[in-house]
Design a protein around this ligand. Sequence first.
Ligand SMILES: [Zn+2]
Length: 113
Amino acid sequence: MWIEQVVNQETLDALDGAIKKWEQIVDGSQADGGIADCPLCVLLDTLCRTCPIAVQTGRRGCYGSPYTDWRGLNDDCEICENGYANCEPCNAAANKLIDWLRELRNHCSKEGS
Ligand SMILES: [Zn+2]
């Protein structure tokens, strides 16, 4: 499946929402609640079939995206609790994910137009 097959206004809005979520995680005002508070997970089915992230990586569950690094780091982090990005490595990992999502968003806009 190609990005252009899954991109529509709803998906783009959800992707923008996901970027916003991660901006708030980086600035410390929100924690990562995983699939429960990801606008893409909330909008789309849990098999990730039409998620632009899954189409980009070719894998489900955000595997192959920088989310994997964040999850591993944050799960084992002794400073950050409950999905917050309070330490420098967790914050850097969350920032990397934002960059990746923004790149994906740019890619989607091009394909979608
Ligand atoms: Zn941490």
